[in-house]
Design a protein around this ligand. Structure first.
Ligand code: COA
Length: 285
C-alpha cells in the first residue's frame, strides 16, 4: 500500500508523520509531500528533534511538492489538516483522503515544546489511523492476488460474470486499468477500464452488497476518471442496463451523459443498454 502524508510546506508536520509511520509499518510505501511548497527545503530543526522522541531520524528529509506521479500512485492521502483534505478531495475523490486525528495545527515558527506536542498529536493520530485502516476502503490498482476476490464479486453481481482467467488476462493488457477497493484484505469493490486511442471504456464496476451506499463506487469511479485524465483520454464511455437505476444515478452524478442505446445488448435477462459518455476535454457538442 502507498500512503502519502500531506501538509503545506512538507518541512514540519508531514515529514514527522512519514518518519514515524514508516517505522510502524516498514511493509508500506510511505511518502510525504506539500500542497504549497518547492523541492529541496530542509526539514525544520525542531521537527527533527521532536521526531527523535519516537526513535526516528528525519534529518535527511527535504521538501517536495505533490507530483502528478505521486498523485496517481498513492492509495491513501493522509492529510495533516481538514483544509488540505478539502483541496485534495475534488481531485482524487473522498475515498482516498483521510484526515489525521482532528487535524494537526501547524507548529511552523513555534518553540520546541510546540513541535513536541505537535509530534505527540501526530503519533496519537497515527495510532488511530492504524485502527481505521482495518475498516477503511483503500482504492488501489488490482494485482494478481486480488483476482479471486474480484471474480467472486463478479459472480455476486452479474448474470454473466468475468472468469478469473479473463480478469487475470487484463493484468497483462497494457491498456487495461483495474482498481479495487480493499478493506483490510477483502475486495469490497472494483472498477475495470480499457483506454485505447483516447477512448476509455468502463468494462465494469461493482461493489459488494454489504458495502453499498458508502461511497465506494464513487471513489472507484473518481480514481478511474483521474487515471483517464492522466492518460490524456478524450472521453470515457460505458453501457448500462436501462433498468439499473443505482448505476445510472451514479454515472449521472459524475457528469456522464446519455448518448444513445444498444438494442438487446444484455442477456440473462435480455435488455437494452444506454450508452453514457463523459467528455474530459470540454463538451462534444
Ligand atoms: N438507488 C439510487 N441511486 C443509487 C443507489 C440506489 N440504491 N445506490 C447508489 N446510487 C447512486 C447515487 O447517485 C449515489 O449518490 P448519493 O450517495 O449522493 O445519492 C451514487 O450512486 C454513489 O453511491 P455509492 O455509495 O458510491 O455507490 P455504491 O458503492 O453503493 O455502488 C453500484 C453503486 C451501482 C456500483 C452498486 O449498486 C453495485 O455494485 N451494483 C451491482 C453492479 C452493477 O450494477 N454495476 C453497474 C454495471 S453498469
Amino acid at each position: 500500500m502507498i500512503i502519502t502524508f500531506i501538509c503545506t510546506g512538507n518541512t514540519c508536520r508531514s515529514p514527522v508523520a512519514e518518519g514515524i509511520f514508516k517505522k510502524m509499518h516498514p511493509e508500506y510505501d510511505v511518502y510525504s509531500a506539500g500542497l504549497n511548497t518547492v523541492f529541496g527545503m530542509n526539514v525544520s530543526e525542531n521537527s527533527v528533534i521532536a521526531a527523535k522522541d519516537y526513535g526516528v531520524d528525519i534529518s535527511g528529509h527535504v521538501s517536495r511538492p505533490l507530483s502528478k506521479e505521486l498523485l496517481m500512485a498513492t492509495d491513501l492521502f493522509v492529510c495533516l489538516s481538514q483544509s488540505h483534505a478539502m483541496q485534495l478531495m475534488p481531485l482524487v475523490g473522498k475515498g482516498r483522503v483521510y484526515v489525521l486525528g482532528n487535524g494537526i495545527s501547524d507548529p511552523y515558527g513555534g518553540s520546541l515544546d510546540i513541535y513536541k506536542s505537535c509530534a505527540k498529536e501526530i503519533y496519537d493520530g497515527l495510532l488511530k489511523l492504524d485502527e481505521d485502516l482495518k475498516t477503511l476502503p483503500v482504492i488501489r490498482p488490482m494485482t494478481e492476488e486480488d483476482i479471486k476476490g474480484v471474480a467472486e464479486l463478479e459472480k455476486e453481481c452479474f448474470a454473466s460474470p468475468w472468469s478469473e482467467k479473463s480478469l487475470s488476462e487484463e493484468l497483462e493488457n497494457g491498456n487495461a486499468y483495474f482498481f479495487v477497493a480493499d478493506i483490510s484484505g477483502e475486495i469490497a469493490g472494483y472498477i475495470g477500464t480499457i483506454s485505447v486511442f483516447g477512448e476509455c471504456s468502463v468494462t465494469n464496476i461493482a461493489v459488494k452488497e454489504k458495502y453499498r451506499n458508502k461511497g465506494i463506487a464513487s471513489s472507484l469511479l473518481q480514481r478511474a476518471i483521474l487515471n483517464s485524465v492522466y492518460l490524456d483520454d478524450d472521453f470515457i464511455t460505458l453501457e448500462v442496463r436501462k433498468s439499473n437505476t443505482p448505476a445510472i444515478s451514479l454515472y449521472e452524478k459524475f457528469g456522464f451523459r446519455k448518448m444513445g442505446e444498444r438494442k438487446n445488448f444484455y442477456r440473462l435477462p435480455t435488455e437494452d443498454a444506454y450508452i453514457y459518455n463523459k467528455y474530459l476535454k470540454g463538451d462534444s457538442e
